[in-house]
Every structure is written in structure tokens, then in C-alpha cells.
Design a protein around this ligand. Structure first.
Ligand SMILES: Cc1cc2nc3c(=O)[nH]c(=O)nc-3n(C[C@H](O)[C@H](O)[C@H](O)COP(=O)(O)O)c2cc1C
Length: 317
């Protein structure tokens, strides 16, 4: 066990949170494996139909007594219907992303769910903390998916948030792929780390083998953040990101950029293995990931690496 304010808040053994990843963790396999291993498994409700989410919640409840979470991007179509379902089902933890707290916070607190809010700036961290969320997930520029539009790195943003909003449990996210990264985030003042790309390359992540192979093949400079004014997205560099970069550098009209942006989807990469034109979302940490492993083994390795990093900081006498 590694005890921090986040593990105590969530009732988990390890300060290891599996990033909610649309498609990759939009089912029970990966979240169950991570929660059973002592971290926090997270079901990504973003792309899920109500029937699929209902079945997955049944599987999570039946599959483990340990805490787990549902990640809900508040901008998704039908978010209110998902909120109604989750209020009935009372998942142990709710992680809300991409929106304000007013749509959900009071009602989930009433049913006893712990509420974490994803933030990508100090200002949003202050607002979410003032609204009364239980903890913050702070996402920096290295992250796969949606990094902060201002592109402040995880190292700087975590430090800024823990200084500006003292006392609230903080989970650092973006660019953390191993136990050394976890130790670094704890040294900065965070209380846990969230791992996305590392768990994308797990046996249980439900994405096409082409996608996992492309993550393994990527180097640390193998991703691009594209989609200025459209919802900046970090994905593996491919023909789609090259086209977006070309349009952005030539200051093409927003409509032209939007059309190109919308012609590529994460679904195409995840379900059909289109890593040439699909949005193969991944973080810079793809360059630190060299193997596809069972999620439980990833958790074990992170713990061993964390202990090694701690010993480097404080060598045994
Ligand atoms: C394929 C993929 C899908 C993602 N989907 C979501 C999502 O649905 N909701 C969310 O809050 N974050 C999402 N993220 C962001 C992750 O939860 C996490 O913050 C990010 O991956 C951390 O950076 P890392 O990849 O360097 O670990 C996604 C990331 C990836 C790679």
C-alpha cells in the first residue's frame, strides 16, 4: 500500500488512477483489472450508449468490491440522460470533464458519490474547489486526448494548482507512464497520478491491435496537438495530424479546419484500426511505453519503479 490523501479519499490501496479513455475503457475489462490490482479503474462513458453503460455498470458491480469510477465528459450528447442513470446507480466515484460543476455536483454528493473534476488551468481548479468537488485531476500539455489549450506542461500546472488551491487532493495527469513519473508528481505536491497512454497499451484496453502497435512504435516526439479553436486534441502523428498542422500553419478558415477535423475520429482508430487518418489519441508518454502488458502487471511495475525512485531520492544508509 502507498497511502496519500487520494488513496484515503477514494478507499484504494495505490495512488494509481487509470485514465478514463473513450473506447479503450468504455467497457468493464480494463477498469476491473485496475481496480482489482489496487488502483482506481475508470469506465469512460463518453461514447457509450445507455444500454451499454448499464450493462457495464452491472459488470463493475458484480466484478469487484473495490472502488471504481465513471468518467463523464459533460459535453457529450445525452449527458443529462447519463447523469440520471448514474444518480440511480451511484457509482463509488464520478469523474466529470469538460464542463462546469453545477450540472452534477450537488446531486451526486447527495447520493454519496465522491466527485473528482478534471481541470486544465489554475483558474478552473480554483472554481471547482470553491464549488466543493472532493478532488482535482490536473491535466497538462503532454496528455493524450484533450490537453489544456494554453499548453502548460503537467510539471508546471500541478505545481501552480497545489500552490493556488492548497489542501485539496490532486491527481496529476499527462506524461506519466511509470513509477518514476508517479514519484515526480508526488514530489511536486500531487497525491496520485492518472495514467492514460500507459494503460492504452494493456491487454484489456479495447482498441484495435493496429492502435496499440502504433503507440509502441511512437517516440516521445511522435504526437501532435491539433484542433486549435475546435477542442485541441493530442494524437499520434499521422496523415490527419499533418493535414491539420498544414491548415493551422496557413491560417485556413475555421470552417475548412473544422471540416478536416471532423473527418477524422477516435472511433476509426479504436474500432477499425485506422491509424493513418483516424484520431489515434495518445500522449507524449507513448515514447516511454515499450510493451503491451496485462493491466495488473502494469500496476505492479509502477509500484516497483516508484519504490526505486524513492530510494534514489532517499538512499538507504
Ligand atoms: C485514447 C484516449 C481517450 C481519452 N478519452 C478521455 C475521455 O473520454 N475523458 C477524459 O476525461 N479524458 C480522456 N482522455 C485523457 C486521459 O484520461 C488522460 O488524462 C490522459 O491520457 C493522460 O495523459 P497520458 O496519456 O500521457 O497518460 C483520453 C486519452 C486517450 C489517450
Amino acid at each position: 500500500m502507498i497511502s496519500t490523501s487520494v488513496t484515503r479519499l477514494l478507499g484504494i490501496d495505490l495512488p494509481i488512477i487509470q485514465g478514463g479513455m473513450s473506447w479503450a475503457s468504455s467497457c468493464s475489462a480494463l477498469p476491473l483489472a485496475v481496480s482489482r490490482a489496487g488502483g482506481l479503474g475508470v469506465v469512460a462513458a463518453g461514447p457509450m450508449r445507455i444500454a451499454d453503460l448499464t450493462r457495464t455498470l452491472d459488470e463493475m458491480e458484480a466484478g469487484t468490491d473495490r472502488p471504481w469510477a465513471v468518467n463523464l465528459p459533460l459535453y457529450r450528447r445525452g449527458a443529462d440522460e447519463v447523469i440520471d442513470l448514474l444518480l440511480q446507480r451511484r457509482p463509488p466515484v464520478l469523474i466529470a470533464a469538460q464542463g462546469g460543476t453545477q450540472r452534477y455536483l450537488d446531486r451526486f454528493r447527495d447520493v454519496g458519490t465522491t466527485c473528482l473534476h478534471v481541470v486544465a488551468s489554475t483558474e478552473h481548479a480554483r472554481k471547482a474547489a470553491a464549488a466543493g468537488v472532493d478532488g482535482l485531476i490536473v491535466v497538462g500539455a503532454e496528455a493524450g486526448g484533450h490537453p489544456p489549450p494554453a499548453m502548460v506542461t503537467t510539471q508546471v500546472l500541478v505545481r501552480a494548482v497545489v500552490t493556488a488551491v492548497p489542501g485539496i487532493p490532486v491527481i496529476a495527469s499527462g506524461g506519466v507512464a511509470d513509477g518514476a513519473g508517479l514519484a515526480a508528481m508526488i514530489a511536486l505536491g500531487a497525491d496520485a497520478a492518472q495514467f492514460g497512454t500507459r494503460f492504452l497499451a494493456s491487454h484489456e484496453a479495447t482498441v484495435h491491435p493496429n492502435y496499440k502497435a502504433a503507440v509502441l512504435a511512437a517516440t516521445v516526439d511522435g504526437t501532435r496537438a491539433v484542433g486549435r479553436e475546435l477542442g485541441v486534441t493530442r494524437a499520434l502523428a499521422n496523415e490527419f495530424t499533418a493535414r491539420m498542422t498544414e491548415l493551422e500553419e496557413s491560417n485556413a478558415d475555421l470552417d475548412v479546419r473544422r471540416k478536416a477535423f471532423q473527418s477524422s475520429t477516435l472511433r476509426d482508430a479504436a474500432l477499425y484500426g485506422d491509424v493513418t487518418w483516424g484520431k489515434a489519441e495518445a500522449g507524449q508518454s507513448a515514447g516511454l511505453v515499450h510493451s503491451v502488458l496485462p493491466a495488473a502487471e502494469i500496476v505492479e511495475r509502477i509500484v516497483a519503479e516508484y519504490i526505486g525512485a524513492r530510494e534514489r531520492l532517499c538512499p538507504p544508509r
